[in-house]
Design a protein around this ligand. Structure first.
Ligand code: GLC
Length: 715
């Protein structure tokens, strides 16, 4: 290979811009993203006619299904799916996505996101698996197993996954997208690096994507410590792709490079293997090599894993081209839509059900008014990286809303002709002239179902929010409906938790769907009628007010809690969130008894064995998510008041009691001390088992770690 051909392998450009397509042969481009239709094959043909005919690798943001692709299966977003706490479901959604991505000539998805969603002002909360970094790692691992399967990338069932954004991109100041992050290395090692270590070591993830932001002043894409030393310490076999134009950003935004050439230099030295959409990188790098500032051997090292994966994908031979004739039988196959329905069924979270108003009895033939701006809006329901995006087909003349079922349609299909509808208000516009008519219709109905939340223009990359109250005239609508005295059932279809204390106080029932995917309307309706017994639990807290943020459960104690543990809290708002991590109801009830530890002492190499009895005390079969938290009572550095360390989602028939057992490895109780050692410290630990992170929901026990064990030195 010539050095020009080698540098070309590092370049990924967007297929949506002509200038990027024009340089394919001239620069021997290695990869494109966001192709459309059969463009993949067209570009592959052009690449085959270059001197060496090195094939292109195609990437796409298929992050909750192959959502840009017309007719593809669209799943709940990561945040919605995370509330299922069901890794089998998450893995299965990954498997379906891989098949549909491969069927349309792509090889690689920029998914999953491992960022923790801890400041809900951030516009990309929907892309996270919630606020607990450990749980994000568990779900990301399942999704990668779905995408990558057994790692035989030459099969049509597997694609390369991409763990992103490396690292702690969700921790930017003020929830402002891509802003600086000031997280000490100790905290990175304690919370934010372990999930990536898990997907590298256990998931063998093919690629990681470097995050946009700087950490303590060093941009991730310019950090050799982050992109070379850390993955090397994990023996990572994969490679690094930058995020969109990260290299130019070193000059343009972060100003750690006086020009784009110096930015290219920093990006190479830091260990970025592939450079996403920085057009100037190719020529600048050739100059740097010419000037002896970059060695050819460095380029060799950076491109070898990329070429290796092109061979693993079979792109040099039988898999160079995709036969698109099969795509339509794979995209949105009925079993794929069934998977989407299962995912949304498992993900819905029932947070309130006063006087057991739900489920509604279809035979009562009650007159139901459906209202609210998100009752019949598929862009709001599908969420980000889907049809609200420019890259999608939505603007395409032959666009089809295949298989989409809105909340309204689902309720109409489930409850029949006793359903009436009026939108009631807009999600952004504050005019409220429709409220009067809607209120009149409510007075003539028996039950009111209102679907509120947010919409695509209010979230996503660079769309953060400083105010998390219900926007537009949504709260006016709710208050007017409440005044009618009719039972008020609220459904939240939104990208993230909003500040909804009024709903908690006044709604008779609250069902949280976040963005539930194409089949969300069916699963919501089936849940309202009782055909689906909700089993989801929150993986993210609902702030009472934006001023509380960040307000995640595994916080460090504060406010001079003192021996009385009185949480003075804020002067003007409560200290606690409206709804907490791990919270969610069922149509049945469960009781927890008989928490046992096989031993109250544990040493290195041992497992802490825990058992608890769960009884379904209601009259419906149900699924319960049993959560196990621990607290290192006294430690050499402050530690969170509780941390999730295990969970199980279990089917329990009505009247049945199940003994559920956990085996928790010694290492799960580690912390990172001031010397950056990962260590399990001797002393007293508390263990909590129960239905949510709320103390009143938890059985409590204690155990002792006999002696301190340093597990490893981090650096
Ligand atoms: C975007 C996002 C990243 C995505 C990439 C390609 O800016 O930050 O998550 O995968 O660009 O679209």
């Amino acid at each position: 290979m010539t050095i020009e051909e080698k540098v070309g392998q590092m370049i990924q450009l967007s297929a949506s811009e002509k200038k990027n397509l024009d340089v394919l042969e001239k620069w021997n481009i290695g990869s494109y993203l966001h192709c459309k239709g059969e463009q993949n094959n067209d570009l592959q043909k052009r690449a085959e006619h270059t001197r060496l005919g090195i094939p292109l690798i195609f990437g796409i943001d298929a992050i909750h299904g192959h959502c840009f692709e017309n007719g593809a299966t669209i799943f709940p977003t990561q945040l919605a799916m995370s509330c299922s706490w069901n890794t089998d479901v998450i893995r299965a959604c990954g498997e379906v996505t891989a098949k549909e991505v491969k069927a349309t000539g792509f090889h690689w998805t920029f998914s999953p996101v491992l960022c923790a969603g801890r400041d809900t002002r951030w516009g990309r909360i929907d892309e996270t698996f919630g606020e607990d970094a450990w749980l994000c790692g568990e779900f990301a691992l399942a999704m990668i197993e779905g995408y990558q399967g057994n790692g035989d990338f030459s099969s049509d069932d597997n694609i390369l996954a991409c763990g992103k954004h490396f690292v702690a991109y969700g921790e930017t100041i003020g929830g402002r997208d891509a802003y600086d992050t000031f997280i000490p290395k100790r905290e990175l090692f304690a919370h934010f690096l372990p999930p990536f270590e898990k997907i590298v070591k256990k998931g063998k993830v093919a690629t990681l994507m470097a995050a946009y932001q700087a950490i303590d002043g060093v941009p991730c894409s310019a950090s050799g410590w982050l992109l070379k030393d850390i993955p090397a310490s994990w023996n990572m076999d994969g490679w690094i792709v930058t995020d969109w134009d990260n290299i130019r950003s070193l000059h343009l935004n972060q100003k750690v490079a006086e020009n784009e050439k110096h930015a290219a230099y920093l990006g190479i030295k830091a260990g970025n293997n592939m450079i996403m959409t920085t057009f100037s990188f190719y020529l600048n790098t050739l100059e740097l090599i010419q000037e002896g500032k970059v060695q050819k051997s460095e380029i060799d090292e950076l491109i070898s894993p990329i070429l290796r994966d092109k061979f693993r994908l079979g792109l040099f031979d039988e898999n160079r081209y995709k036969d698109f004739s099969q795509a339509s039988t794979i995209l949105g196959a009925s079993e794929h839509w069934t998977q989407s329905l299962e995912a949304s069924n498992e993900s819905l979270v029932l947070l309130q059900n006063k006087n057991g108003i739900l489920p509604l009895n279809k035979d009562d033939k009650k007159k139901i008014l459906v209202t609210g701006p998100n009752a019949d809006d598929f862009v709001a329901q599908l969420g980000d990286w889907s049809f609200g995006e420019g890259q999608s087909y939505m603007h395409d003349p032959n666009f089809q809303r295949k298989e989409f079922v809105s909340v309204l349609q689902g309720i109409q299909e489930e409850f029949g002709d006793t359903v009436v509808y009026n939108k009631g208000c807009d999600v952004i516009d504050t005019t409220n002239e429709d409220i009067e008519e809607t209120t009149r219709m409510a007075q003539e109905s028996d039950i009111v179902i209102t679907v509120v939340g947010d919409t695509k223009s209010q979230h996503g990359e660079f769309y953060d929010r400083a105010n998390l109250n219900l926007s537009g005239a949504q709260e006016d609508l709710l208050k007017a409906l409440k005044k009618t005295g009719k039972p008020l059932i609220v459904i939240l279809v939104s990208s993230k938790p909003l500040s909804i204390p009024w709903i908690k106080q006044h709604a008779d029932a609250l069902l949280v769907a976040f963005n539930p995917g194409s089949k969300g309307g069916v699963s919501i309706a089936k849940t309202l009628s009782g055909a689906n017994n909700p089993s989801g639990k929150l993986t993210i807290s609902f702030p009472h007010h934006v001023g509380q943020l960040p307000v995640y459960y595994n916080s460090y104690d504060g406010w001079h809690a003192g021996e009385h543990h009185l949480r003075e809290g804020y002067h003007d708002i409560p200290a606690d969130p409206t709804f907490v991590f791990g919270e969610g109801m069922s149509y049945t009830t469960f009781t927890y008894n008989n928490l046992k530890l096989t031993s109250t002492e544990i040493s290195a190499g041992e497992m802490l064995k825990v058992s608890v009895d769960i009884t379904n005390t209601g009259n419906k079969d149900g699924k319960e998510i049993i959560q196990v938290y621990y607290n290192d009572v006294y430690s050499s550095v402050t530690t969170p008041i509780k941390e999730l360390c295990a969970y199980q989602k279990v089917n329990i028939a009505k009247g049945e009691t199940k003994t559920v057992e956990f085996e928790i490895p010694f290492e799960e109780f580690s912390l990172v001390n001031e010397k950056l050692e990962e260590v399990v410290e001797e002393g007293e630990f508390e263990l909590f088992v129960g239905a949510s992170s709320k103390n009143e929901d938890l059985l409590k026990s204690k155990f002792i770690v006999r002696n301190t064990q340093v597990l490893r030195k981090l650096s």
